[in-house]
Design a protein around this ligand. Structure first.
Ligand SMILES: *[C@@H]1O[C@H](CO)[C@@H](O)[C@H](O)[C@H]1NC(C)=O
Ligand SMILES: *[C@@H]1O[C@H](CO)[C@@H](O)[C@H](O)[C@H]1NC(C)=O
Ligand SMILES: *[C@@H]1O[C@H](CO)[C@@H](O)[C@H](O)[C@H]1NC(C)=O
Ligand SMILES: *[C@@H]1O[C@H](CO)[C@@H](O)[C@H](O)[C@H]1NC(C)=O
Ligand SMILES: *[C@@H]1O[C@H](CO)[C@@H](O)[C@H](O)[C@H]1NC(C)=O
Ligand SMILES: *[C@@H]1O[C@H](CO)[C@@H](O)[C@H](O)[C@H]1NC(C)=O
Ligand SMILES: *[C@@H]1O[C@H](CO)[C@@H](O)[C@H](O)[C@H]1NC(C)=O
Ligand SMILES: *[C@@H]1O[C@H](CO)[C@@H](O)[C@H](O)[C@H]1NC(C)=O
Ligand SMILES: *[C@@H]1O[C@H](CO)[C@@H](O)[C@H](O)[C@H]1NC(C)=O
Ligand SMILES: CC(=O)N[C@H]1CO[C@H](CO)[C@@H](O)[C@@H]1O
Length: 555
């Protein structure tokens, strides 16, 4: 329809304003750091359209994906959906803060309009019956599912020599800050895509580190929700005792805006019935720059790299950056207390070994049963996967799955287990692992009357995994020039090097996301580290291209 005269005058004025001055006086012009709420404002006053935004994110993805393999697949329906949401907006109907906002989801989230493979070409041959619950929540809230992000195949549940961020469906993901950089895993593509503005935000999943680690390696914010805060229905499972779905985004505010939509109960995931409320609190309402004032934070730093993320390298160089983050926490008003993990008299090495040992007792039967149930729920089809044995046979024999290069021993272990997920043995192992890990975090909180604990992300994900505790991870800067370059076991990806991003994790007991988000936000406002790191690979198409496009199209 041709615009009416007053609209034309208004548009002309806008165009003049755009052409002659700074169009967004207080808003970033770049998708590398614009917030979801500022995108909402630009959509709201017609400076951009969702259609233009989807098209732009797709162009950006195509510019960098050959190098980084962050995205497995772009949604062929996304432009149409954007047009519909633009029309809704034009009629004055706005569903909420995510109306018309493009979001990328990890390939283990079922989508009814795109294949879902958890990175596997075999699994992707079957279609899910419906969207994962949290994906349908996003769509209802007006978000556009832009596509599928790459990941470690089956979220790492494949074999010990499979490199992190590799999947048969998406290839090898890498990070953008250091050449040959690991993007960590398993939500590798979500981390890279969030960092480079290939979508306004992303969803990852975490079983043990899979949101927190890629958040750190890619200089972005990750929220690992308490297990049970967000539904896992329709998500390719690993173990329901630990799996959780959550956002990875450029800022705490963006991640909180996504969490607001996806958190809540779901009749198809009964872990969500453990939530201590009828409806979760508003997480965006926790974004208060004074949230750290007067709060007591426990600080955990280990001088040895017990988890050997970097083979013991660059501890001193990491500590310099970590200590600077502690100063910023104090500047934001926090009181810091040095604490140790609550190991109750055993060595941390031993505690970590017990957790790992017990975890493997229940994780394999959980995976076998969870995967069988997931497959049983898929739509039947001529090329579809009928059961877990058939999927395993396909993984072994399909050349695209590269079984001769990347082992399948986790699958083999899972298929050989003789105990059921519901057996007393699995339960005892879970009680042991979650008891030991919970003490690590909750003992010092109780003993020192803390509001939360901060620590390097690699420590947080192990300690919180089995008891299902939440983590919020934020960027704190990068390793300095004096750091050593350390390659991972495969010899193909760098795990530590000058310029590699580092992070800080906030954690506490279950259901404390609101508080943790407040603390992380207050820290972020003081430190503002994300913008100080420059990716070596980044797209060049940016918002200015869709401003012109919109104006030319309309005038
Ligand atoms: C549209 O919103 C943005 C962000 O709030 C603002 O910077 C810009 O000036 C607005 N443009 C118009 C034409 O109102
Ligand atoms: C929770 O749901 C699962 C699968 O839907 C079911 O097997 C299990 O019995 C349920 N547990 C409870 C306590 O309802
Ligand atoms: C922000 O936090 C401060 C300090 O805790 C508190 O006094 C203030 O009321 C909070 N502001 C809002 C809007 O909640
Ligand atoms: C970590 O790796 C380094 C180098 O390979 C090794 O010397 C050290 O013993 C390892 N530490 C632990 C706790 O495994
Ligand atoms: C906490 O430990 C660090 C060493 O890691 C030390 O430099 C600092 O002084 C300690 N702070 C307090 C308050 O004891
Ligand atoms: C499980 O944890 C217990 C301690 O609660 C420990 O004695 C046992 O060795 C652990 N099991 C494995 C397989 O590591
Ligand atoms: C799995 O499906 C295949 C193909 O339909 C069938 O031949 C096989 O018997 C099934 N195996 C099990 C364990 O159900
Ligand atoms: C991984 O393990 C498999 C099976 O043991 C082996 O064939 C393959 O060569 C290994 N790949 C790499 C990259 O080490
Ligand atoms: C399960 O039982 C079979 C047959 O008794 C045995 O061969 C296999 O090693 C057992 N698997 C495990 C993981 O114990
Ligand atoms: C959207 C996209 O670029 N997908 C690519 C992901 O990686 C695989 C393997 O490298 C390519 O085949 C896809 O085209």
């Amino acid at each position: 329809m041709f615009p009416t005269t007053p609209t034309l005058v208004y548009l002309l004025l806008c165009w003049l304003q755009l052409a002659t001055s700074v169009p967004f006086s207080h808003t970033s012009r770049s998708l590398l750091d614009i917030s979801i709420s500022d995108l909402g404002a630009l959509l709201g006053n017609g400076t951009i359209t969702s259609y233009g935004l989807v098209d732009l994110y797709m162009r950006r993805t195509k510019e960098v994906n050959d190098d980084l393999n962050a995205v497995i697949e772009l949604n062929p329906h996304a432009l149409n959906t954007a047009r519909q949401l633009d029309e809704e907006r034009a009629k004055g109907s706005i569903r909420g803060p995510l109306h018309g906002i493009p979001i990328l989801v990890k390939d283990n989230y079922a989508t009814d309009d795109m294949p879902t493979g958890a990175g596997s070409v075999c699994l992707a041959r079957s279609r899910p019956r419906r969207d994962a619950h949290v994906v349908s929540r996003l769509r209802k809230a007006g978000a556009i599912i832009l596509g599928k992000a790459n990941l470690s195949e089956f979220s790492g549940m494949r074999g010990s020599n499979v490199t992190e961020g590799w999947s048969a469906r998406g290839g090898q993901t890498s990070g953008a800050y250091v050449k040959h950089q690991s993007a960590c895993g398993s939500s590798s593509g979500s981390g890279v895509a969030a960092s480079l503005g290939l979508a306004a935000g992303t969803l990852g999943t975490e079983t043990s580190g899979s949101i927190s680690c890629p958040a750190m390696f890619n200089n972005v914010v990750g929220i690992k929700p308490t297990v049970g805060l967000t539904s896992r229905d329709g998500v390719v499972p690993l173990t329901p005792r630990q799996d959780t779905t959550g956002p990875i985004a450029q800022s705490v505010a963006d991640a909180a805006a996504i969490l607001d939509i996806i958190a809540g109960k779901d009749v198809n995931d009964n872990y969500t019935s453990a939530q201590p409320w009828d409806a979760p609190p508003s997480y965006t309402s926790a974004l208060n720059a004074s949230a750290l004032v007067g709060k007591r934070l426990g600080v955990i730093w280990l001088d040895d790299d017990i988890l050997n993320i970097t083979g013991g390298a660059n501890r001193e160089q990491t500590k310099v950056v970590f200590d600077k983050a502690l100063l910023d926490l104090e500047a934001a008003g926090a009181e810091l207390v040095n604490v140790t993990l609550g190991t109750r008299g055993v060595s941390l090495q031993e505690a970590a070994q017990w957790v790992r040992g017990n975890m493997s007792e229940y994780a394999f039967p959980d995976f076998k049963e969870g995967m069988s149930t997931y497959i049983g729920d898929l739509l039947p089809g001529p090329d579809g996967i009928a059961n877990i044995s058939e999927l395993y046979e396909c993984l072994k024999s399909d050349p695209l799955e590269q079984a001769s290069t990347f082992s399948l021993e986790n699958w083999e272990l899972a298929l050989q287990v003789n105990i059921t997920a519901g057996s007393a043995k699995a339960w005892e192992a879970y009680v042991a692992a979650s008891g030991i890990s919970r003490n690590l975090i909750v003992d010092p909180i109780v003993e020192h009357k803390l509001d939360a604990i901060v620590m390097p992300p690699e420590l947080s994900w192990t300690a919180t995994a089995s008891p299902g505790l939440p983590i919020v991870t934020v960027p704190i800067g990068a390793l300095g020039d004096d750091a050593e370059t350390v390659w991972g076991d495969s010899g193909t990806l760098i795990r530590s090097a000058p310029g590699l991003p580092l992070g800080l994790s906030f954690t506490a007991d279950r259901w404390t996301e609101k508080e943790l988000i407040g603390y992380a936000y207050a820290y972020e406002q003081v430190s503002r580290k994300r913008r100080t790191l420059k990716p070596q690979i980044k797209p060049s198409s940016d918002l200015d291209s869709i401003l012109k496009y919109n104006m030319l199209e309309l005038l």
